[in-house]
Write a protein that binds this ligand. Structure first.
Ligand code: SF4
Ligand code: F3S
Length: 104
């Protein structure tokens, strides 16, 4: 599966949701997650994210992000259409320590 990681937080560009063939993105207030059981590993979302926040879970060190994607994919609503993101989204791109700012 692919997972959404820290740099999505507060950027939330939402380009990813438009390309997913199985509509497996779920939306929180300032972050999106991928449902690991629905993702078919096609990989098309990875290059679409301007924040480079989407990664294959085969990359080392992503266990906690896989756990977080799994947990919130079953709690948050599905999202399939890009909307206008946060107005200050670009200001947060690349900022460290954003996990502490995740709205659940
Ligand atoms: Fe959707 Fe493919 Fe990305 Fe999985 S890898 S979330 S199926 S676009
Ligand atoms: Fe987040 Fe990137 Fe999608 S910032 S909302 S994973 S396009």
């Amino acid at each position: 599966t692919y997972v959404v990681t820290e740099n999505c937080i507060k950027c939330k560009y939402m380009d990813c949701v438009e390309v997913c063939p199985v509509d497996c993105f779920y939306e929180g207030e300032n972050f999106l997650v991928i449902h690991p059981d629905e993702c078919i590993d096609c990989g098309v979302c990875e290059p679409e994210c301007p924040a480079e926040a989407i990664k294959p879970d085969t990359e080392p060190g992503l266990e906690s992000w896989l756990q977080l994607n799994t947990e919130y994919a079953s709690k948050w609503p599905n999202i399939t259409q890009k909307r206008e993101g946060p107005s200050d989204g670009k200001d947060w791109d690349g900022k460290p320590g954003k996990l502490a700012l995740l709205s659940t």
